[in-house]
Design a protein around this ligand. Sequence first.
Ligand SMILES: NC(=O)C1=CN([C@@H]2O[C@H](COP(=O)(O)OP(=O)(O)OC[C@H]3O[C@@H](n4cnc5c(N)ncnc54)[C@H](O)[C@@H]3O)[C@@H](O)[C@H]2O)C=CC1
Ligand SMILES: O=C1[C@@H](O)[C@H](O)[C@@H](O)[C@H](O)[C@H]1O
Length: 372
Amino acid sequence: MPATSTDLRIAVLGVGMMGAFHADALSSRIRGAQVTVVSDFFADKAAEVAGRVGARVDSDPIAAIHADDVDAVLIASPGKAHDEQVNACLDRGIPVLCEKPLTTDVESAYGIVQKEAALGRQLIQVGFMRRYDAEYVALKKLITDGELGNPLLVHCIHRNPDVPEHFNSEFMIRDSVVHEVDVARFLLDEEIASVEVIAGVATSAAPAGTHDPMLVVFRTVSGRVVTDEIYVRSGVAYEVRTEVVGERGSALIGLDQNLVVKRTDGRWGGSIAPGFVERFGAAYDLELQRWVDAARRGTVDGPGAWDGYAAVAVCEAGVEAVRTGQKVPVVLGPRPDAAGSDAPSADMGTSSQPGIAESSAGITAPDLEAAR
Ligand SMILES: NC(=O)C1=CN([C@@H]2O[C@H](COP(=O)(O)OP(=O)(O)OC[C@H]3O[C@@H](n4cnc5c(N)ncnc54)[C@H](O)[C@@H]3O)[C@@H](O)[C@H]2O)C=CC1
Ligand SMILES: O=C1[C@@H](O)[C@H](O)[C@@H](O)[C@H](O)[C@H]1O
């Protein structure tokens, strides 16, 4: 998209799989944004993406945050780097969209909540993109409209076809289950109070000592139960399903996404999205568009620092639950006044479909195709 003088000038930190996808989106499909700086641990990766999006390279991510040609930052470095980079954005007082998880330990996540609150304005958005997915938005609307009655149970399934070796049980909780933690908080609009993990027989594809799959059970503050099957080496495809069971009915999403039923050779069958980019491509772009629009207005319009912190706290309890086999309580610190969540609600602005916000990102199927 041609740059204009009012564009939000963005530094993208970490241009591996997710950061490169976001950088490409910001430079082509998102309005009002321009990637001016790219930073990555690997110089060749940074140079390749920077060349593609018309940005310059800065090998030092903290210098990039403080650069004169940067108004906002998108962090897509590994989780362990987020704490230092988010803090640097707060030090400079500029908006930041940080990919999940906010950080990898509860102390640093709470420190960020407190530091943002002390500034007196929201600057942080966390990359919980499922809140922008049309199916999750529709499911939330069914709940808030009361169509299912009081929600009693949430059942989630999260299967990846394959993951790198370093995805051990702890990483599976902190990096994958963190999505269902946020989904549960988003759908039920309450905090999670405890976590249990049931680990059974592991797939032979898992490294020794890694529990894959696991069944994670959350209990909310009001006593609702949420189950999450996390299985990251299923060998099949990307399968993310969520079912809400209420007093007056149930609703299930994620069953048929991208389903093409074909009939050939005397057989019929369909295909399932192979990965998260295919399944959530439109949601990632809508997340970015709303972040850019809000940042240009000086606001945040998405899950904030508190949401990021609450999810890290639940995941930390989950890691402890894997280690001990016990039910572990989640204890959250006091919520500072300014650390609100401007999470998109079920009714996100004008829309041609009920419960689905109109995307100004102009996402089309070919865009998603090109992203593969
Ligand atoms: N919302 C979602 O569905 C998804 C979110 N993610 C999140 O995005 C982040 C990145 O994940 P991937 O792209 O899968 O990882 P990746 O490993 O493909 O890319 C990370 C990149 O960051 C670079 N890097 C390492 N340390 C750095 C530092 N200190 N500063 C700047 N760059 C640094 C690495 O060289 C690498 O190129 C993680 O937080 C991950 O959890 C990843 C996949 C999907
Ligand atoms: O965030 C993501 C990855 O980092 C994570 O590792 C995957 O399990 C998730 O499905 C994906 O959405």
